[in-house]
Design a binder for this molecule. Structure first.
Ligand SMILES: Cc1cc2nc3c(=O)[nH]c(=O)nc-3n(C[C@H](O)[C@H](O)[C@H](O)COP(=O)(O)OP(=O)(O)OC[C@H]3O[C@@H](n4cnc5c(N)ncnc54)[C@H](O)[C@@H]3O)c2cc1C
Length: 474
């Protein structure tokens, strides 16, 4: 059965009017329970707000659990030294080994996950990434929200907004019919900017030249991997494996034999907290968009066939994998890039690569510009200057022309190039916490988030333990 074809001549029909149940009134509504939504809910609660978080799936974590995106990338500055190989090259070694620059709720979550046995603390041995167990993360996230007093509604898909001015209500499709949650400030942590777009915010999609976005990737976990055999292979074939990716010759051989047909030219995988397990990040579906139902369907169908090929390839060709098998794939394909909502400031690739500083900094990042080729093979990586980090200004969280809504995570305001850096988990959680603090301050005064002074947000974030370099809060 092929995926449903897109209609050649789409016809519109008018739906009957309907009523909805008001499910809650809150100070702050967070839509989306991924890393940025978790950061936002915890940040808003600590700033004193009455918070509700709503999520479309039955669990929290976003890409980290839905799409098995592992590990959390480094949030440390880069050292001016060449990459090293560590742990059979299963941990990234060239992203950041210097000073940590994201703290606050992100560090609280890591500490808790480590205490719950669900993550390995970042260190030289992990390449300063955080390998974690997504199943443990789901429950740890619930515990943290419970302890912070955040109310949450799962299985609730935000489909629209109601009332003017915006910020007063979001409509959710649920098994109980349409529900509306009203709030003084709404944080769009959907990754896709669903709420801001529904409220009328302008947005961009894809790169400037042709609108293409980064590819989607279905990730999966392999168990039964025998690390010593793989390490021996890496030692014997150092030219075939750089930190976390490679096997070029084996991929070429399997491709020539007609056993692999992939847009990627190599294999990419990461260690997890569990010996004998890997997270495989090697499927790639280009020229599809994560806010298009037909594209998403096609991407699932294509990537699951790619996964089948990769599992078979690893078992057959790669030392250490003979007895391995795929134990779990993402509930859904991982979506890297969709809408970038246009805010009061648009962060640029140049801001990232020059480690630019802003007076209204509310979060910081060090992860490189990392663009998986939107058209096919290859990945562009360009680093932030060694020992330095870039600022993300509060203005990137404020959509132009829409009041009452704040942006967090993947959908904040930036260019395609800048997005490829700030999209990673630690930075997403940091922008989430900042959006939470700003939304709570707005709710307390009854004003729009854009009227909250950046100094007040910085002061609250500093009180919450965020790392905003040497900014002196008023
Ligand atoms: C394949 C892939 C590999 C990656 N690799 C890494 C990596 O190794 N390390 C790293 O740190 N980062 C990595 N990233 C980036 C990182 O995973 C994400 O960008 C990060 O999860 C962004 O967090 P977020 O909260 O902004 O969005 P998301 O994680 O996308 O979370 C959004 C949440 O909102 C929910 N939601 C969406 N729409 C609605 C709606 N309308 N109503 C209700 N709920 C909604 C979703 O279900 C989800 O829970 C990768 C991403 C992908 C796709």
């Amino acid at each position: 059965m092929p995926p449903l074809a897109r209609p050649c001549k789409p016809r519109a029909i008018t739906l009957p009017p309907r009523t909805a149940t008001v499910a809650a009134d809150a100070d702050v509504l967070v839509v989306g329970g991924g890393p940025s939504g978790i950061g936002a809910a915890l940040g808003a609660a600590e700033a004193g707000a009455d918070v509700v978080l709503a999520e479309r799936y039955g669990f929290l974590g976003g890409n980290a659990t839905v799409a098995l995106v592992m590990p959390w990338m480094s949030f440390h500055t880069r050292r001016p030294q060449p990459p090293r190989l560590g742990d059979a090259g299963l941990m990234p070694s060239d992203h950041g080994e210097g000073e940590p620059i994201v703290a606050g709720k992100h560090l609280d979550v890591i500490r808790r996950l480590v205490a719950d046995g669900g993550a390995v603390a970042p260190s030289l041995a992990t390449g300063y990434t955080v390998p974690f167990d997504p199943e443990v993360f789901k429950t740890t996230a619930l515990d943290l929200l419970d302890e912070a007093g955040v109310d949450y509604l799962l299985h609730a898909f935000a489909s629209g907004v109601v009332d003017e001015p915006m910020g007063s209500g979001v409509v959710f499709e649920t098994k109980s019919g349409p529900l509306v949650i009203r709030a003084k400030a709404v944080i769009d942590a959907t990754g896709d900017g669903d709420v801001a777009a529904a409220a009328g915010a302008s947005f961009e999609v894809g790169r400037g030249t042709d609108g293409l976005v980064q590819p989607m990737t279905l990730m999966f976990r392999m168990v039964g991997f025998h690390r010593p055999d793989f390490a021996a292979y890496v030692a014997d074939h150092p030219e075939q494996w750089r930190s976390v990716h490679g096997l070029w010759d084996l991929v070429a051989a399997a491709t020539a034999a007609g056993e692999l047909e992939l847009p990627r030219e190599d294999m990419l995988f990461f260690a997890t907290p569990h010996e004998g397990e890997l997270a495989v990040n090697s499927t790639r579906v280009n020229k599809v968009l994560g806010i298009d139902a037909w594209d998403l369907t096609l991407a699932e169908a294509v990537s699951r066939r790619q996964m089948r090929q990769i599992v078979s390839f690893l078992r057959r060709y790669v030392p250490g994998f003979a007895d391995s098998y795929a134990i779990q794939s993402g509930v859904g394909i991982g979506v890297r890039e969709t809408r970038r909502i246009i805010g009061e400031y648009q962060l640029t690739g140049d801001d990232i690569l020059s480690a630019r500083k802003f007076d209204d900094v509310i979060a910081r990042g060090t992860y490189p510009v990392d663009i998986h080729n939107p058209e096919g093979k290859g990945t562009l990586l360009r680093s932030v200057p060694a020992g330095d980090a870039y600022d993300i200004p509060l203005r990137c969280l404020l959509p132009q022309g829409v009041d009452g809504v704040l942006l967090a995570g993947r959908c904040i305001s930036g260019t395609h190039e800048a997005h490829s850096s700030y999209r990673v988990t630690p930075t997403a959680m940091a922008t989430g916490q900042a959006a939470g603090a700003c939304a709570a301050l707005a709710a307390q005064t009854g004003n729009s988030p854009r009227s909250v002074s950046p100094r007040a947000v910085q002061a609250d974030l500093k009180r919450q333990g965020a790392d905003l370099r040497d900014v002196i809060a008023a």
